[in-house]
Design a protein around this ligand. Structure first.
Ligand code: F6R
Length: 259
């Protein structure tokens, strides 16, 4: 079962996850991180700045979860740009060690295989940060995605395009296609850290954590992983039926156990 940690606000969640990542990097300087984009992981990236101030991050490697297809990599909302702006530059990571799937049309047919090979060459992702979409997606694995899927091109749902329209000048500008790590890829990471903040995530989060394991709720794939930490605020936790147990378990968490 996933460990579910309910925090008062997203900032506390960010601090918690950032201190664990800093601990892991101190122990393993070439740690391989899986990096989510969107609004949810921003408190983690903000908290990582002070948490990593005294830590040598020159060896840290990273793989983004996904990228829009056909969007100019230089566009400010391409995930290549977002990862550079929100993660690589503020944390002082080596840009050569941080990869984002290649969403350019030229070569898109093989971009998934190339990305999978790069993850394998790095020895796999040690800690994967995840957000969840209001339709239950993780990465951009929309409902119906195979649990065995690998990095590939997907069509975004209208709901996801509408949710992400806030990042673009108009809803029509949100790309129709993306390239995303598959659920099978995500499930191979050593540890999954799924974050969710805000009431709009409550139904999807409860379905992912407590609902039946189903391709109709891609986030429910996390129930198949042996090491999952779910960090949510009170609003995102609103529809969890076992919230009292999660609070009780966290209050009595063994001191020797990391996240
Ligand atoms: C982003 C990603 C998506 C987002 C999800 C939530 O790399 O893979 O699964 O995590 O769409 O987006 P936000 O955090 O903007 O609500």
């Amino acid at each position: 079962m996933a460990e579910v940690i309910i925090v008062p606000r997203s900032a506390e969640g960010g601090n918690l996850v950032a201190s664990e990542i800093a601990r892991r990097i101190r122990a393993t300087p070439d740690l391989v991180l899986g990096l989510a984009t969107g609004s949810t992981p921003l408190p983690v990236y903000e908290a990582l700045r002070p948490a990593l101030a005294e830590v040598d991050v020159s060896g840290v490697r990273g793989f983004a979860l996904d990228e829009y297809v056909g969007l100019d990599p230089a566009h400010p909302q391409s995930y290549r740009s977002v990862i550079a702006r929100e993660v690589v530059e503020p944390l002082g990571l080596d840009p050569a060690r941080i990869r984002v799937p290649d969403g350019r049309l030229d070569g898109i047919a093989h971009a998934g295989e190339v990305y999978e090979a790069a993850i394998m060459d790095a020895g796999g992702i040690a800690l994967q940060i995840l957000g969840i979409g209001t339709d239950g997606h993780i990465g951009f694995n929309e409902p119906g995605s195979s649990f065995a899927s690998r990095t590939r091109v997907k069509t975004l749902t209208e709901q996801t395009r509408a949710d992400n329209a806030r990042f673009f000048a108009s809803p029509d500008e949100v790309p129709m296609h993306c390239i995303t790590q598959g659920l099978g890829t995500i499930l191979e990471a050593g540890q999954l850290v799924l974050l969710a903040f805000g009431r709009s995530k409550a139904a999807a989060l409860a379905a992912a954590v407590e609902g039946p394991v189903s391709a109709s709720v891609p986030g429910s794939a996390i129930q198949l992983h042996p090491h999952v930490t779910v960090v949510v605020d009170e609003d995102a936790a609103a529809e969890l039926t076992r919230a009292d147990y999660y609070r009780y378990a966290y209050a009595n968490k063994p001191t020797w156990q990391g996240l």
